[in-house]
Design a protein around this ligand. Sequence first.
Ligand code: KIV
Length: 264
Amino acid sequence: MNKWTVDKIKNAKGREKIVCLTAYDYSTARIIDQAGIHLILVGDSLAMTMLGYETTLPVTMDEMLHHTKAVTRGVKNALVVADMPFMSYQVSVSQAIANAGRFVKEANAGAVKIEGGISRTNTIKALLDQGIPVLGHIGLTPQSINQFGGFKIQGKIPQEAARLMKDASALAEAGVFAVVLECVPADLAADITASCSVPTIGIGAGPGCDGQILVTHDMLGIHSKVSPKFVKRYADLDGAMQTAFENYAADVKNGVFPSLEHSY
Ligand code: KIV
């Protein structure tokens, strides 16, 4: 048994790289867990990968809970983190506690993730007071896509970079166990990592972070419409699935399947 806890993730800083992926269903979560991945995020990216939306904004608490329950049923060792969807934690601290509590109580998540910097510190402290660990997320925070005007790299100009440095320290001080840095220049991510007391988990943030996360569908080559520069494809499942479906269709049409071998 090699169970990954919040403390273990925190203590990995400077010792070993923290390996993270997203998952949204039981079967994939089980395989990811068996591969020894340390942290599995039930990302609100499931709005796009699983539900076909253009952004993460429409996904609901009930949809996130449904997928988180499936993931935790498949995982033995990884820390499962549930992503709090847009407007589930921004309206009030008490609503944030109630919603985060549902992820822990109903879906068996080990922690929640919320997007944002200094402005989220009260919410983070309130969640920690209730015993709910929090993963921070700064840089390109997709729930603020309308404010950013698109999926753009953050922290390119000095004022933005300084703000992200402050956000990271404020989150660490508030008590997050790690911070996701999304789409920030590699040198800035390395500087934040060096000055931050908790691990940084990069996505599009270069090699200097304490850990790495990718959207599983991206690295497996599923949903291949979008392919950001930071994604390395480890498989072409879109292609492999398409071929399998076409071969099956041809076999059925030609009477090749089912054969006697597959019959009772
Ligand atoms: O929703 C998600 O998948 C995420 C990761 C990209 C960090 O937030």
